[in-house]
Design a protein around this ligand. Structure first.
Ligand code: ZN
Length: 495
C-alpha cells in the first residue's frame, strides 16, 4: 500500500503593531496621558465626542510617528492627512475613529532581523500611521460592563508589515525588534504589561496538495499583548488552518475571505470573533475638522538629526569594531542605556570579549533578579571595566568575578577592594596551592590512577582533579599553576 503524498504547508504572516506613544497629552486634545488614573478622570469634550468639540493635532505625536517611520526606512509623505473610520463600539464615543487611510505618515520601509546563524532576514514595512486609541470596556462588575475613557484619544502608532514572516519565531523576533527601535528612539515605553504595545498578526497558509497550491483564509488575531502569546497564537493558527483545509477543500481565501479570531490564553487556542469588516464598511472619508499636515522645510532633517544609532546598526558596529558575536551583541544592545554602558566600560579600558561575557553571564542575571536592565543596576562604567580587567589580567578567576559582581550589585563597592575583602584574589603561589593539590589527589584515588595509566581518559582525569583544586580554593586557584602542580605530584604517566 502506498500512502498519499504528505501535504506541504507554508506559513504566511503579516503583523500589525500598535504602539502607544509616550506623549504628555492625547492626540487631538490636551488631556494628560497617564496609566492607572481613576476611570474617566482624564477626559474632555473632544475625547468624549461631544458635539461641536473640535480636535487639534498634537504635533509632538506626529514628530514621534515620523521619527519611527524614518527609523523603519519608510518614505515620509510630504503631506499627511486624517480620515474618519466609522464604526460603533461602546468605548468609542464619537462612533468613528480618527485614523490615516490615504496619506499615512510613512510608506514602504524595511526591518532587518538578525538570525542566530549570523544572517539577516528582511521584513518589509508597508505603512506607518497615527490613529487615536479607543477607551477600555471593563468586565469586572458582576452585572454590567463599565467603560473607562481615559485611554480614548491617546496617540497610537500603527506599523503594518508585508506578509514576509514565515515562522512564529520570526513574528516574535520582529515584534521584539520594533519594541527595541521605539525604545531607542524614546517615542514609547512599549511596556507590554501596561498594554502599551498590542500585536495583531494576519495569518494564513499556502497548502500544497497533489501539485496544486491553495491559500487558507486570512485570519486576523486581535489584541495580543505578549510576545509569547503572539508566537503561540501564530503556531496554533498554522496547525488549525492546515488541518481545516485538509478536512474541507472549500476552506480557502477565495471562498471564505478574511476572519477575525481572538486568543484564549488559558486554552492556548484561537476562537471565532465577529467577521472582519471589509474596508468599505468603515466608510473612510477625510475628517472635515482636521487640515492635512504639510512638513515645513528642514523639519524632517531636524528629526533625522535627533535620531540615535538604531539597534541593528549598533549590533553591526559592535561586531565589526569589537569582535562581539551576533547573539551577544543582541543582548548588549537590547536597550540603549545598556549599550551605552557597555561602550563606556570598553572606553574605560575593559577587554570587550571579557566584558561581553560579564554582560551575558553575570550582569544579565543580576539585572533580572533586581527586575531591571543592566543599566538599571546603576553601576559605574569604570567599576564594570575594573572587574573585567581584574579577570583579564589573571588577578581573579571567572568564579571570583561572579562573586565580586554579586557583591558589587549589593554594596556598590569597588571590585578591587571587594576582591581583597572577600579573599578572592587569585592564588598562584605554589607553596599555598600545594596542600590543596595533595588533598585533591588523596581524596580522588581513582582519577589519580586513571591519569597515571595514560591513554584516552588521562586528560579528562587531570581536568577533573583541577576542578577539585579550584573548588578547594574557593575558585581562587590559578588553573595553570594548579595543573602544573598536579602533573608534578601525580608523577609520570604510563604508555
Ligand atoms: Zn480630552
Amino acid at each position: 500500500m502506498t500512502l498519499p503524498p504528505a501535504p506541504k504547508a507554508r506559513l504566511i504572516v503579516g503583523l500589525e503593531i500598535h504602539v502607544q506613544l509616550r506623549t504628555a497629552t492625547k492626540l487631538f486634545c490636551g488631556c494628560a496621558v497617564r496609566f492607572g488614573a481613576p476611570p474617566n478622570s482624564l477626559t474632555c469634550p473632544v475625547c468624549l465626542g461631544h458635539p461641536g468639540a473640535l480636535p487639534v493635532l498634537n504635533r509632538e505625536a506626529l514628530r514621534c510617528a515620523a521619527k519611527t517611520a524614518m527609523a523603519l526606512g519608510c518614505r515620509i509623505l510630504p503631506r499627511t492627512s486624517w480620515d474618519r473610520k466609522s464604526y460603533w463600539y461602546p468605548d468609542l464615543p464619537k462612533n468613528y475613529q480618527i485614523s490615516q487611510n490615504e496619506f499615512p505618515v510613512g510608506l514602504e520601509g524595511a526591518v532587518e532581523l538578525p538570525r542566530a546563524d549570523g544572517s539577516v532576514k528582511t521584513v518589509r514595512i508597508r505603512r506607518v500611521h497615527l490613529e487615536e486609541d479607543a477607551g477600555k470596556s471593563l468586565h469586572d462588575a458582576p452585572d454590567a460592563t463599565l467603560v473607562d475613557l481615559n485611554r480614548a484619544g491617546t496617540a497610537l502608532l500603527e506599523i503594518v508589515t508585508a506578509p514576509d514572516i514565515a515562522s512564529p519565531e520570526e513574528a516574535g523576533d520582529l515584534a521584539r525588534e520594533i519594541r527595541r527601535i521605539v525604545r531607542y528612539l524614546g517615542v514609547a515605553d512599549a511596556d507590554m504589561q501596561k498594554g502599551h504595545m498590542r500585536l495583531e498578526p494576519n495569518v494564513n497558509c499556502a497548502v500544497e496538495l497533489d501539485g496544486a497550491e491553495a491559500r487558507t483564509p486570512i485570519v486576523e488575531i486581535k489584541n495580543l499583548n505578549s510576545f509569547r502569546a503572539l508566537e503561540a497564537a501564530v503556531a496554533f493558527e498554522f496547525e488549525r488552518q492546515t488541518a481545516a483545509y485538509l478536512a474541507d477543500p472549500a476552506y480557502t481565501l477565495e471562498r471564505r475571505g478574511k476572519e477575525s479570531r481572538g486568543w484564549d490564553e488559558a486554552a492556548l487556542a484561537t476562537f471565532v470573533q465577529r467577521r472582519k469588516e471589509e474596508a468599505h464598511e468603515y466608510r473612510c472619508f477625510p475628517d472635515p475638522d482636521l487640515a492635512p499636515y504639510e512638513w515645513i522645510a528642514g523639519e524632517l532633517d531636524e528629526l533625522a538629526r535627533e535620531t540615535p544609532e538604531l539597534p541593528q546598526a549598533r549590533r553591526r558596529r559592535l561586531a565589526r569594531e569589537l569582535g562581539i558575536g551576533q547573539g551577544d551583541a543582541l543582548l548588549i544592545a537590547e536597550d540603549r542605556a545598556t549599550g551605552d554602558l557597555f561602550e563606556a566600560a570598553v572606553a574605560a579600558g575593559a577587554c570587550p570579549q571579557t566584558l561581553a561575557k560579564h554582560f551575558i553571564n553575570l550582569w544579565t542575571r543580576l539585572a533580572k533578579d533586581a527586575g531591571t536592565t543592566i543599566a538599571g543596576l546603576k553601576l559605574d562604567a569604570g567599576a564594570l571595566a575594573e572587574l573585567a580587567r581584574l579577570q583579564t589580567d589573571g588577578a581573579v578567576s571567572a568564579t571570583a568575578a561572579r562573586l565580586i559582581a554579586e557583591a558589587m550589585a549589593r554594596t556598590r563597592a569597588a571590585p578591587r577592594a571587594l576582591a581583597q575583602r572577600l579573599g578572592l584574589t587569585r592564588l598562584s603561589d605554589r607553596t599555598a596551592l600545594l596542600p590543596l593539590v595533595k588533598e585533591a589527589i588523596a581524596a580522588n584515588p581513582k582519577a589519580a590512577a586513571q591519569y597515571r595509566a595514560g591513554g584516552g581518559k588521562a586528560a579528562k582525569s587531570l581536568g577533573f582533579l583541577q576542578g577539585r583544586v579550584m573548588r578547594l580554593s574557593g575558585g581562587r586557584a590559578d588553573p595553570a599553576v594548579a595543573a602544573a602542580l598536579l602533573r608534578e605530584e601525580l608523577g609520570p604517566q604510563l604508555g
